[in-house]
Design a protein around this ligand. Structure first.
Ligand SMILES: Cc1cc2nc3c(=O)[nH]c(=O)nc-3n(C[C@H](O)[C@H](O)[C@H](O)COP(=O)(O)OP(=O)(O)OC[C@H]3O[C@@H](n4cnc5c(N)ncnc54)[C@H](O)[C@@H]3O)c2cc1C
Length: 363
């Protein structure tokens, strides 16, 4: 099943994105503003990946509870928006956990959520140890496309108004935190994003997304009737997570590779405060049956540095990164097998080829 990012998050129909402002401002020629074409071909595929989004219908969990004499703070279940929400959700979790706490802190998990939580704990002045079964690059967070956009992490009908308020606070903090990390060291950059859709994005928080307007046919090269442009940030997740690990270590944090099988294992830790950032692992470890995987598959093409825009629509999505052009994707509920399926990958490549080959003009 090809991914329709927006219909999942908001119940709307599929979108395709189109483009516009790029590097050197392209001239509009005969009713068409050109952009560099992504060269899609099976021969340009450099790797394929699949990952399992940790999804909960009612939304992600930030909650404190007692575990014997310890305080346990959950921070998991961010579906298709874990990169986007990482700083904000971790901020909510640390606000909850650190109040009145003294002494060292444990963080379970070394994906984007565990690393952000660990950094906020350190910034608040506490020593931290991360315990994780797997480290980057072997986490779901490394698979993520890395678009900053709140997509695919709850179902409207299942979420409470309290959850939505929590999510908006998280989104707002993340939005501001990522902005001060833009640059090559963290692998974060702004890109114009073009979406096949009939209306601008809802603005749920101030200033996001900036630039949020429907384009005329003359303003883009896409073979589409209706194109929205919004701007947002994109995270090259491999580079970002590597840098986050370094940040934790430079600030004196320890990292221990360890898998927890039972709550008794956690209760035996020396730290009195424990943050649970185990993503999909929380299902077995904490018995959260609502947590389910949503598999996503990506085909990655050889990099094309001249492509400086992202596009989304009925064909899937294209995010250009220094480590390759990402073509996505699928959205497969309750599928636990995290291996790319050749037939799905072939379909993703074919749908993008058809889309990019039909550009009305190219730069
Ligand atoms: C194809 C795809 C595309 C995506 N695109 C985007 C996107 O564009 N933007 C976006 O915001 N999000 C995106 N996501 C979603 C994002 O990847 C996830 O929401 C996010 O990675 C979850 O982070 P996490 O830290 O909670 O989990 P993980 O990255 O899975 O980390 C969990 C950590 O917990 C550890 N752990 C688990 N169980 C145990 C245990 N029992 N004992 C010890 N350690 C344990 C693991 O080893 C790991 O270190 C995408 C996901 C996929 C699959």
């Amino acid at each position: 099943m090809l991914l329709d990012r927006r219909s999942f998050a908001a119940g709307a129909t599929a979108l395709l994105t189109g483009c516009a402002a790029v590097n050197a401002r392209p001239r509009s020629i005969a009713g068409c503003t050109p952009l560099p074409r992504v060269l899609v071909d099976e021969s340009r595929v450099i790797r394929t990946v699949a990952g399992l989004r940790p999804y909960r219908r009612s939304g992600f969990v930030v909650r404190a509870e007692a575990l014997g004499t310890k305080r346990l703070v959950h921070n998991y279940g961010h579906g298709g928006a874990g990169i986007t929400l990482s700083w904000g959700s971790s901020r909510l979790a640390t606000e909850l956990g650190l109040q009145g706490h003294a002494g060292p802190v444990a963080v379970l998990g070394s994906g984007v959520m565990g690393l952000s939580t660990a950094r906020l704990v350190q910034e608040a002045g506490f020593p931290v140890t991360i315990y994780a079964a797997a480290l980057p690059p072997d986490t779901t967070s490394n698979i993520a496309g890395g678009q900053f956009h709140p997509f695919g992490f709850y179902r409207e009908a299942s979420a409470t108004s309290e959850f939505k308020a929590q999510y908006l606070r998280a989104l707002d903090f993340s939005w501001r935190r990522f902005q001060i990390m833009v640059g090559d060291d963290y692998g974060i950059r702004w890109l114009p994003t073009f979406v096949e859709t009939g209306s601008p994005d809802a603005r749920e928080i101030a200033n996001f997304p900036p630039i949020n307007r429907m384009l005329s046919e003359a303003e883009h090269p896409f073979p589409l009737e209706s194109v929205l442009r919004y701007d947002t940030m994109y995270v090259e997740t491999g580079r970002y997570l590597r840098q986050m690990i370094r940040d934790v270590q430079v600030a004196g944090g320890k990292i221990e590779v360890r898998r927890f099988a039972t709550l008794a294992d956690i209760a035996a830790l020396p730290e009195a405060l424990v943050f649970n950032c185990t993503g999909l692992g929380a299902r077995d470890l904490f018995g959260d049956g609502e947590l389910q995987p949503i598999r996503g598959q990506l085909a990655v093409l050889e990099p094309q540095p001249e492509v400086r825009y992202a596009a989304l629509g009925a064909f899937g999505y294209m995010f250009p990164r220094a480590d390759g052009i990402l073509l996505g994707g699928t959205f497969e509920r309750d599928v636990w097998d995290a291996t790319p399926q050749p037939a799905d990958i072939a379909r993703i490549v074919a749908s993008h080829k058809q889309f990019f080959d039909r550009f009305r003009c190219t730069a």
